[in-house]
Design a protein around this ligand. Structure first.
Ligand code: ATP
Length: 346
């Protein structure tokens, strides 16, 4: 068990489960033609990381904007930290931290000035605001850049600063809208590490993402949204096991494929071969691999390559919607592809 899951399990044993976010029939219609969120239900427990996964235009940002009280629902209800997002919006706002996609960071201010401003906006006394701002800059690894103008920060540094500004008033629920879109892999992992640390400290996290890997690595539970409707929900493991079983791909020396194919069939569910690779679905997963290798060896079949392939969240998405998730995102937003991060000069 990782420290994160251990901390989460411990906390859940010690305290009764409370819904940090509770959404019932939530809907947002922008016009007669556009029903962006078409009546969704979801619940996020205190201490969870919940990833809201879906392609461009699925309704993720619209949902987040309703939950953080920036947009009025046109139907249904939502409670965040125990407060209704419409009737108790100020209480919701006091309880949450928000880092949206279009972070409006003044490029002429330094990171430290921006943190002070956030502290003031949240009503912190100036001494406390300064202390808290400096501690958060340290936390997200920006102490050395604290007195540089934000306009000189790289994309990853801006995201980390944005995260720090969302934490000034110590929120219990943190909303992150596509926190790593457009970042290179190293910056992405730095954000993931910080999100995990925050969660270990007890913060509930609701994040939207187009990245399967992000949902898979970070989230306790994943909700998949497509065309404004919930397509699936569960832990990454549950969702993947709904789709099916792991399969083994084997490359056998020329001339021995037929014999090898018969052996593989004895162990699992035969699948069509692809690119010269024999495939078999394995109900018991990794436990079947060693006996298969032994059986192939005993039959004199030379194994050139062998790979156990687990079902992915994309398989889940394909099964629920008939489309690939990442392919859809890539085609629509090529400019958001991860790029090597370079500090912006100026
Ligand atoms: P992305 O990953 O691109 O941010 P998303 O899943 O967050 O996508 P939304 O931004 O919530 O999706 O958009 C959902 C739908 O609502 C899309 O069809 C979008 O074009 C539409 N939409 C979003 N904002 C508005 C608006 N202000 N007016 C009209 N339609 C809108």
């Amino acid at each position: 068990m990782t420290p994160r899951t251990w901390a989460a399990a411990r906390d859940r044993l010690a305290f009764p489960l409370v819904a940090a976010i509770e959404v019932r029939g939530l809907e947002r219609r922008y016009s007669d033609e556009v029903l962006a969120v078409a009546g969704i239900d979801l619940e996020v427990s205190e201490g969870e990381i919940y990833a809201f996964l879906g392609p461009n235009g699925a309704g993720k940002t619209t949902t987040v904007r309703m939950l953080v009280t920036l947009l009025q629902p046109t139907g249904g209800t939502a409670r965040v930290a125990g407060f209704d997002v419409v009737r108790e919006a100020p209480s919701v706002r006091r309880s949450i931290g928000v880092a949206l996609q279009e972070a409006a960071l003044d490029p002429l201010m330094t990171g430290r000035e921006l943190m002070r401003l956030q502290g003031t906006l949240h009503g912190l006394p100036s001494d406390e605001g300064r202390r808290r701002g400096d501690a958060l800059l340290e936390r997200v690894g920006l102490s050395l850049a604290a007195d540089r103008r934000v306009g000189t920060y790289s994309g990853g540094m801006r995201r980390r600063l944005d995260l720090a500004t969302a934490l000034v008033h110590d929120p219990t629920v943190l909303f992150l809208d596509e926190p790593t879109t457009g970042l290179d892999p190293v910056s992405r992992i730095a954000i993931w590490d910080e999100v995990r640390r925050l969660n270990d400290d007890g913060t509930t996290v609701f994040l939207t993402t187009q990245y399967l890997e992000e949902a898979d690595h970070l989230a306790d539970r994943v909700g998949i949204i497509d065309n404004g409707k919930m397509a699936a929900e569960g832990t990454p493991g549950e969702l993947k096991s709904q789709v099916g079983i792991a399969h083994l791909e084997v490359v056998i020396a020329a001339g021995e494929s037929a014999k090898a194919g018969e052996i593989l069939e004895r162990f699992g569910v035969p699948m069509p071969a692809r690119d010269g690779r024999l495939m078999v679905g394995l109900p018991r997963g990794a436990a079947d691999v060693a006996p298969i290798v032994r059986a192939l060896d005993e039959a004199g079949c030379a194994v050139e390559a062998l790979e156990l392939v687990q079902p992915t969240l994309d398989d889940v998405f394909v099964e629920k919607t008939g489309r690939h998730l990442e392919g859809a995102a890539d085609q629509q937003h090529p400019e958001q592809q991860p790029a090597v991060e370079e500090p912006v000069s100026g």
